[in-house]
Write a protein that binds this ligand. Structure first.
Ligand SMILES: Nc1ncnc2c1ncn2[C@@H]1O[C@H](COP(=O)(O)OP(=O)(O)OP(=O)(O)O)[C@@H](O)[C@H]1O
Ligand SMILES: [Mg+2]
Length: 320
């Protein structure tokens, strides 16, 4: 007979619509029965699970309207790969921890943090953080490309956003509203200002009314967005900064791995270069590639410096 815990988990996963967990527990019960010598019942349970897998309606998908605007991805970004300050790491850990123990919090009438705003310079790890949260919590990551959404649905973006929030309610996941600036920041420019304001207002309302189990992450590199109306709607606002010298060194160590030569990285990096995490990572990868192509197995110090300088030059040219 299944244990009481297994039965409870089974029932709970049924009501939570967690098919994967339901199947896993069913198979655990089958294994348990097999151990007790109940081979037939074990076999029957396994067959039921196998058969159900064939019939599972594919996970609900967004309608065709959203094609190219909402991307579903599986990621294997690890928390350990993220190079940020200890404070920021602790803030992210708190989000994970609260989600993992949300039942405990609920018992006391408290909600876990699940509406998060990430703000900071390009290439500092905002998108990466959303994918780490998804990976660590075993959830799918849905990225909503806000800029494209606004352009495509001009005039009816709010109605489309409503559909997205309905989906968020139905299917637990991490929902990343990327390039959130598209509705909050660049008002004015070539955009229809009225439409932008409407979309931003409805977005804020949808966020406020959302009581789903999903995690909603909005990412922006526009600091101007951080007005109090926005602050209030989020459970947490995380600020991303350009890497410090120590962070640059850590990033390069991580990226270079076995390709690192016998030199000290702190003597190479210049924080004044204003390079982002993404640019430092990319410079390290550029150096590794050149090394492989030259049939060598260690990245030379001078090559690393050259790649960092190249990135700095490109960076400066872009800023001009
Ligand atoms: N803090 C970080 N730690 C480790 N790697 C990082 C970090 N930030 C960026 N990277 C590397 O750079 C890549 C791009 O970063 P990411 O897409 O997360 O930046 P972003 O902050 O979302 O930028 P944008 O504002 O342009 O969207 C990552 O996939 C990763 O390889
Ligand atoms: Mg991003």
């Amino acid at each position: 007979m299944a244990t009481a815990d297994q039965l409870k988990t089974l029932i709970k996963s049924h009501f939570d619509n967690e098919v994967e967990r339901f199947n896993t527990v069913s198979l655990q019960i089958a294994a348990h029965e097999a151990q007790l010598g109940h081979i037939n019942i074990a076999d029957e349970i396994r067959k039921l699970v196998e058969k159900s897998k064939l019939n599972i309606p594919r996970l609900k998908h967004f309608s065709n309207d959203f094609q190219g605007l909402i991307l579903e991805s599986k990621t294997d970004n690890r928390f350990n790969d993220l190079v940020v300050s200890d404070q920021l790491k602790a803030r992210i850990e708190r989000i994970l921890n609260e989600d993992r123990q949300k039942v405990k919090l609920k018992k006391h009438g408290l909600d876990s943090r699940r509406k998060i705003l990430l703000a900071g310079a390009p290439g500092t790890g905002k998108t990466m953080t959303a994918s780490i949260i998804a990976h660590e919590l075993g959830l799918p990551l849905y990225t909503i490309l806000m800029d494209k959404m606004v352009t495509k649905f001009m005039g009816e973006t709010s109605a489309k956003l409503r559909q997205v929030f309905e989906f968020i309610q139905e299917r637990k996941g991490v929902y990343l509203f990327d390039e959130f600036d598209a509705i909050g920041g660049e008002r004015g420019k070539d955009n229809d200002v009225g439409e932008m304001r409407r979309v931003l207002n409805s977005f804020l309302q949808f966020i406020e009314r959302d009581h789903s189990d999903s995690i909603i992450v909005a990412a922006t590199n526009n600091i101007r967005l951080l007005d109090s109306a926005l602050f209030r709607r989020f459970d947490d606002v995380l600020q991303y900064n350009l890497p410090t010298k120590a962070e640059m060194v850590r990033l390069m160590e991580n990226k270079l791995g076995k390709f690192k030569g016998d030199y000290s990285l702190p003597t190479i990096v210049k924080p004044i270069s204003k390079l982002s995490h993404a640019e430092v990572s990319q410079a390290s990868i550029d150096a590794i590639k050149a090394t492989i192509l030259a049939d060598k197995d260690k990245v030379e110090r001078s090559l690393l410096i050259k790649m960092l300088n190249d990135r700095t030059e490109t960076h400066n040219r872009k800023r001009k």
